[in-house]
Design a protein around this ligand. Sequence first.
Ligand SMILES: [Zn+2]
Length: 482
Amino acid sequence: MKDTTVIRRAAWVIAWDEDMKTHTYLKDADLVFSGSRITFIGQDYSGPFDQEISGSGRMIMPGLINIHSHLSGGPLDKGTFDEVGTAALWGHTLYTHSQLLRADPQAIKPGAVIALSELMKSGVTTVVDNSGYYEDLLELLVGSGVRAVLAPGFRQARWINVADHRVDYEWDHQAGWDGFRQALDLMDAIKKHPCDRLSGMIFPSQADTCEADLLKEAHAAAVDRDLPFQTHASQTMMEFSELMRRHGKSPVQWLDSLGILDEQTILGHCIYLDHHSWSPLHTRDDLPLLAERGTTVAHCPTVFGRTGMTLESFGDYVRAGVNLGIGTDSFPYNMLEELRHVGVYARITTGNVHDLTTTDVFNAATLGGAQALLRDDIGRLAVDAKADIVIVDIEHPLMRPGREPLRNLINVAAERAVKDVFVDGKLVVADGEICTLNYENALIEMDAAQVRSIRKVPELDFQNRTLDQLAPLAFPVRSRVE
Ligand SMILES: [Zn+2]
């Protein structure tokens, strides 16, 4: 006998309408789930149940899907290279600063605990982890209660920062193939794992660090196993110009020439397409090509926006017919704030309030993400869908006055109004707090981990600079005020 829970007379339910193929607002409705699946949405449920939750003053919405995040590394980076940039490399820090702050083995797990806790508190129920595999990862993800897609990265080259003005590639072709084999072994292990909240994704890390034959073979493995496939592409102008130099094609057109753009493929972050204002090309071919191939773009606005970079524009991608999903990439791991940034950045980028709507943004974080992960049983509240449910307190001061609960949640309250989160019918966030992970303990471990990593910055930097030299604090430090 499965446990049946009824959420009684919820003020608002964002419910899926199968006939209209859209989310709808349902008012004063009951939502029932039994085990891991939703069994009823509508008025006046009269069947049996084991547990009743009052829906008074609540909005019930589908759990959010984060299709691109690096779970373990991001928390360590907080407050370090947030607002620096390398002038000769278009302001990008990926090839210079980002490589200097490294998580040691003891920092990996607390990083993932922090990221997962913050994501679930902000309404995420499904997360793609684009980081490496490490011991205890499966156990951690199972224990966290989240629905997880493991995407262990592998690559054949690493970036070498040459005097802050050029990036060289140090190739180790075999390492990429070895990483690919290990990723496939992990995919097999996940398939056999008793926890069905776990699934896999094939993830050659970057378009510029893998050769054509590895990308093609990795994509073929994804097709063979019916798994989603992802790589970072068109994420920086550095990568764009490197692939132009190597192949005479934009990253998107080069990947297409390999035959690997299709409905199973997700490209993160796909900012620098041929039409982008920073691109030297005077063509507009990439965007319609992505739409024609059915490829998904993983849009992560915050981390790029912080250094002045933005996709041009979210609304144009939607109108071109490209499937969009949302990710948080690095910190902050706050999906609702990420959704706010999707809207604000797009409108500023275009100077146009009409570039997109909250509907587009929410669809990307639910339906678009589900499509990218080749699923139709998540990202929507419908009978037989997974019971991945977020309960929002619409009586929270930041949610009032309450004419438009979803816009209030995204534009104002964010995670502060998230009350409870269920994944697969199980409670993971209760009254705004994570109840499956030791968040506090991970924060303590991360404090120490950041100190250790900062100490190692000079030995990794080509000029032996300290973190304070590379990224000064916001104000000079005085021991006492005179
Ligand atoms: Zn990324």
